[in-house]
Design a protein around this ligand. Structure first.
Ligand SMILES: *[C@@H]1O[C@H](CO)[C@@H](O)[C@H](O)[C@H]1NC(C)=O
Length: 427
């Protein structure tokens, strides 16, 4: 405990000493986007450089092997040349320059790009296939062309930080936190990323050092995450040992924002942002809400977001969706059903039918599309009271209720994010 408490201060002292030989040589910190004064509006490019079964089910269904449930098994349990060809084709086609053009044309200013550690480093015994990095570099070029800012989001760590399929490796319990080699490797990869893009903070103003460490899995996860955030502050803010301009976007580890009060005080840690993810379909209590209950729930986040954003760290809702059910195919995992219609497990309660709640937007009723517009607006209005938002996600194969691009196409998301049909929806 003493070590955990002392290390951050020791680190700050050392890095200041190393980076500021004299007060005169100290230059000011200048982030590539005016966080805190301008609003982040963006989308995640989910399921691209890190594949997820629910975002592109056909990629997994094409394997014919139901044991292939994440990127780890995708590369482990099928012929390597088949897996490599499938991944390359996917990277090449899922997101292209035209998507960056359309994102900019929709009035957005940021994209968050999830990527796994294995794009940079594959350890002994790990089946992962590389090649994502070339596409990350392309994406950053496209972002520059269309004047979009990129948040590089380390979404999968060695050992998995949450056991979710979207960490690359689905596990009954995460093992990142129980093995110092995993944590050290994660920070090594983070340094590679920060050093690589440190000269380009106008296009890459922000790096997320680790997505969604599962703080609900116990004290060890929280302790390791807290120390990792301190270490990653050094890796991101001092690339190659020099003071840089990239802002770390740490995640709340599923704790209430107030848990992080005074964690990185602004007078000691310059330029840090907090990422919180807000979903309303991953518990029975949430899927049981009525339509107006969902909207009230979205609006009710305002007070805590405003407080943390004003008094602690720039606060960004880095993942959220207008979707309010877990009906999307494979959302809870490949081959797993939904809470909403009770198919998640034998004897589970049923809250409603998934028919018409997911799939192509062309099949959605007018009233469902109106509801999606309302949940979108209630959240945008609320999250813009803090430092902004990035919706999850830009594109899906067969779950349009989660897709920003489908929302634009079918009209429940406005082409100009300032156009609100329900400006008083939160009262
Ligand atoms: C810790 O993780 C590394 C990979 O990051 C692995 O090689 C090693 O075997 C793990 N150690 C234990 C004790 O599980």
């Amino acid at each position: 405990m003493i070590i955990t408490l002392l290390l951050p201060f020791l680190f700050v002292t050392l890095s200041l000493a190393r980076s500021h030989p004299s007060r005169h040589s100290r230059r000011s910190f200048s982030p590539g986007f005016p966080y805190g004064s301008e609003t982040v509006r963006g989308v995640n490019l989910g399921g691209w450089l890190l594949i997820e079964p629910w975002i592109k089910p056909s990629l997994f269904d094409a394997t014919g092997n139901p044991a292939i449930v994440d990127e780890w098994t995708f590369t482990q349990l099928q012929d390597r040349s088949v897996a490599t060809a499938a991944l390359q084709n996917h990277w090449n086609t899922w997101i292209t320059e035209a998507d960056f053009q359309a994102i900019a044309a929709a009035g957005l200013n940021h994209v968050r790009i999830p990527i796994g550690y294995w794009a940079y480093q594959v350890g002994p015994g790990e089946p992962y296939i590389q090649g994502q990095h070339d596409y990350l570099v392309k994406a950053i070029g496209w972002a520059a062309t269309y004047n979009l800012k990129v948040i590089i989001d380390l979404h999968g760590a060695p050992g998995s930080q949450n056991g979710f399929d979207n960490s690359g490796h689905k596990l009954p319990f995460p093992t990142w936190q129980s093995n110092q080699t995993n944590v050290a490797r994660t920070n090594d990869v983070l340094k590679l990323i920060a050093n690589e893009f440190s000269s380009n903070p106008n296009v890459v103003p922000m790096i997320g050092p680790l997505n969604e460490p599962a703080g609900f899995d116990g004290q060890q996860m929280l302790d390791v995450t807290r120390q990792y955030w301190y270490d990653s502050y050094g890796s991101i803010r001092y690339p190659n040992g020099q003071l840089g301009d990239i802002v770390p976007l740490i995640h709340d580890a599923f704790q209430p924002l107030s848990y992080w009060n005074n964690f990185m005080p602004r007078d000691q840690f310059t330029g840090v942002a907090m990422d919180t993810h807000i979903y309303q379909m991953f518990s029975d209590q949430q899927v049981a809400l009525s339509d107006s209950g969902h909207i009230q729930s979205a609006c009710s986040n305002a007070a805590r977001l405003i407080d943390f954003n004003q008094n602690q760290l720039w606060t960004i809702v880095g993942e959220w969706t207008p979707a309010m059910t877990d009906c999307a195919k494979y959302l809870n995992g490949r081959g797993v059903g939904a809470r909403y219609d009770g198919t998640i497990s034998p004897g589970a309660p049923r809250y409603g039918s998934c028919v018409g709640m997911t799939g192509s937007g062309s099949t959605f009723t007018m009233s469902y599309k109106t509801f999606l517009r309302q949940t979108w607006e209630a959240q945008v209005i609320t999250y813009e009271k803090a430092s902004g938002w990035l919706m999850w996600t830009w594109k899906t194969e067969d779950a349009d209720e989660w897709s920003y691009s489908a929302g634009l196409q079918y009209g429940w998301i406005p082409q100009n994010p300032n156009d609100h049909l329900y400006p008083t929806i939160c009262g």
